[in-house]
Design a protein around this ligand. Sequence first.
Ligand SMILES: NC(=O)c1ccc[n+]([C@@H]2O[C@H](COP(=O)([O-])OP(=O)(O)OC[C@H]3O[C@@H](n4cnc5c(N)ncnc54)[C@H](O)[C@@H]3O)[C@@H](O)[C@H]2O)c1
Length: 341
Amino acid sequence: MGKNILVTGGAGFMGSWLVDELLMSGHNVTSIDDLSGGYMRNVNKECSFVRGDLRDTALVNKVMKGIDIVYHLAAYAAEGQSVFSPIAINDINIKPMNNLLVAAVNNGVGRFVFTSSMAVYGNQKAPFSEDMPRLPEDPYGAGKAYCENMLEIFQAAHGLDYTIIRPHNVYGPKQNIADPFRNVLGIWINRLMSNRHPIIYGGGEQVRAFSYVEESTKAIANAGFFEKAVNQIINVGSPEKVTINEACTKVLRIMASEQRPEHVPQGPRKWHLRTARRRNPKGCWTTETPTRWKKAFLKWSCGQEKSEHRSPHTSCLLKSPDPRPKSGSGRRCDGPVHITF
Ligand SMILES: NC(=O)c1ccc[n+]([C@@H]2O[C@H](COP(=O)([O-])OP(=O)(O)OC[C@H]3O[C@@H](n4cnc5c(N)ncnc54)[C@H](O)[C@@H]3O)[C@@H](O)[C@H]2O)c1
């Protein structure tokens, strides 16, 4: 029989894929999103959609009534921006977590699945495995680490079962390709669509892995049902590595672009060298699917009208990074920064 499921961030990139997946499996899905970063066009018409802010405690308690499983994906996921907007980022990413946890316990929720981030590993040596300590190095990662820790505390204190998913560099259709703090593939495509060359930080030999959204969200969906996933932390990512130069060459070839990448100096810290190690439970892993990306993500991206970038919650309180950082600046940003001071 179908479960009653609440998905937060259901108008966003991964949340909307997850809602589709859960509906296809026959569940009753309620999705909540304030549309601060998501879009109505992403919302599946078969789910019950609530437009609202998860910082609203009464609203969160209301939508939690009768829910069996919670998937919490809503966030402002701009890691690179978070060092410049710590108050806003924490307000968005932490208060909703506390509201959801309290409402989940009070309403007898059976499982709480949380999408965390590889950012909790900080600058430790890759590949990352789940038994490594949490050593975040920016407010976004620190917020995710806080949320993970709260789940462990609520499990111990109130018996709330959880699964923590740490997804790795997810890409695919419905991603916001205009946000300069998101996935580099989308950022390059967006630049190429407006006849601008791709930017590569440093020599481009730094290694990345990319996970296609469909596999990632299937793994997240499974996490709510697999017994082996109860009270576990699970990395979800591709084991296939690619250098930034190789990825850029692929993008240029697929887009039949004659542009050439511009290499700009990289800061001293490697923020995104992240490779997840394979681990059980079976079915919770993704593989790299470059062909699929070519067919689906690119087609989708190029069908977009001019993509706008929105980050309404997050005016920067601190000086924002130069989009073309000078050598040794220590901060990176993949494009123009549309933020207010
Ligand atoms: N995309 C990735 O590569 C990636 C990697 C690791 C972790 N994650 C995590 O996965 C989750 C989903 O990421 P995404 O890429 O789909 O992001 P996204 O920005 O596309 O979706 C997030 C959604 O949350 C909504 N939201 C934000 N604040 C809200 C609030 N206060 N109340 C209600 N809704 C709110 C936004 O409107 C948006 O639709 C996030 O928690 C993110 O940190 C993503």
